[in-house]
Design a protein around this ligand. Sequence first.
Ligand SMILES: Cc1cc2nc3c(=O)[nH]c(=O)nc-3n(C[C@H](O)[C@H](O)[C@H](O)COP(=O)(O)OP(=O)(O)OC[C@H]3O[C@@H](n4cnc5c(N)ncnc54)[C@H](O)[C@@H]3O)c2cc1C
Length: 357
Amino acid sequence: MHNVAVVGGGPVGLLAAVLLAQGGVDVVVLERRTEISGRPRAIGIHPPAVVALAAAGVDVTREGVRIEEGVARSDGRELGRMRFDDPGVFSLPQQRVQSMLRARLTELQPDALRLGRRATGLARRVDRVEILGTDVGARVVVGADGVDSTVRRAAGIPWHTRPGRASYAMSDVDDARLPGLAVLSFERGGVVESFPLPGGQRRWVALLTGESGEPDLARIVRERTGHELAADASVSVFAARQNLAARFVDRGVVLIGDAAHEVSPIGGQGLNLGWLDAHALARLLLQNPTPTAGEWRRFERSRQASARRAQAQARFNMRFGRALPAPLHRARVLGIRMLTLPPARALLADAFTMRRL
Ligand SMILES: Cc1cc2nc3c(=O)[nH]c(=O)nc-3n(C[C@H](O)[C@H](O)[C@H](O)COP(=O)(O)OP(=O)(O)OC[C@H]3O[C@@H](n4cnc5c(N)ncnc54)[C@H](O)[C@@H]3O)c2cc1C
């Protein structure tokens, strides 16, 4: 029997495992895949997560691109700017961080990461939880198995839908202009965002407003902002959804990351929130390998409160980026000008960079 078994070797489960292994805990990670998925997902790493990853021996500041400033634009004009203070926001694809975490875990405990192992359910025993479909049992089972979590379902934890839903088109294109600058264009037809990526690339994201078939992102960006995208980049579509698990802790089972909360990618906080869950969980288990009911309750309350704040922030971002008729769009432009002036600007920068989570 292990002290801790993590189901899901995604970026969140791996960080939890690395922090625990570093503290001398016997931990195992069960991951159904053998290769890391290539699907483009998170890129933005906010200051609290930069610190949490550094504590695990993973330095994202060397390979990541530092995003120094965010600029809000509309109708070809700049509405305001905000600077991101030290240690700054970094852009690095989550697959790269995941492979750095895999390497770090293997360095600490060579047999901790078990690839090609799929959990199919849970069986609770007096002193442990067994993970069905595998031969692993542990005192604490951590469900870090993503939005469709098997662990959450097996533990009978309800999944509540929260407000905020929309579809977006996304593409990573060769574009070395504007290094260090995140650009949010609030246009009548809907928001267009772009962020620097390592390797002279840039990620473009645009709200979809009823377009049918495969979206023509280059046309949407051109019509809304006048910017020309590289034509041959492949485009993917994602649905921004928000969900929250009714409980994060349930008799020897703990949920972290997307298994516990799905946060709209608009605002880029879902993965960062999961990394903060992993950090808080490791701190709790390193202080007391058998936390009391009160300690588990405090952990759960604090992580659920953070998830609700991140979801509220994402909902705000999504509402601000809607397609709007001219009078409402003018009111929005005025609102953004006010928000990007002191003292609101400092509060907004804190909210965007997750300093209050
Ligand atoms: C387009 C897009 C852009 C995004 N951008 C950002 C961003 O900029 N910033 C940000 O913070 N977040 C962003 N996110 C959210 C971010 O990608 C997720 O929050 C993050 O992947 C969650 O990590 P996780 O480890 O909790 O779950 P996952 O990454 O889903 O990992 C779960 C792991 O569990 C494994 N697994 C699942 N079931 C089982 C099982 N039964 N047995 C064993 N293993 C199992 C899976 O194979 C997977 O490896 C974005 C999401 C999308 C879709």
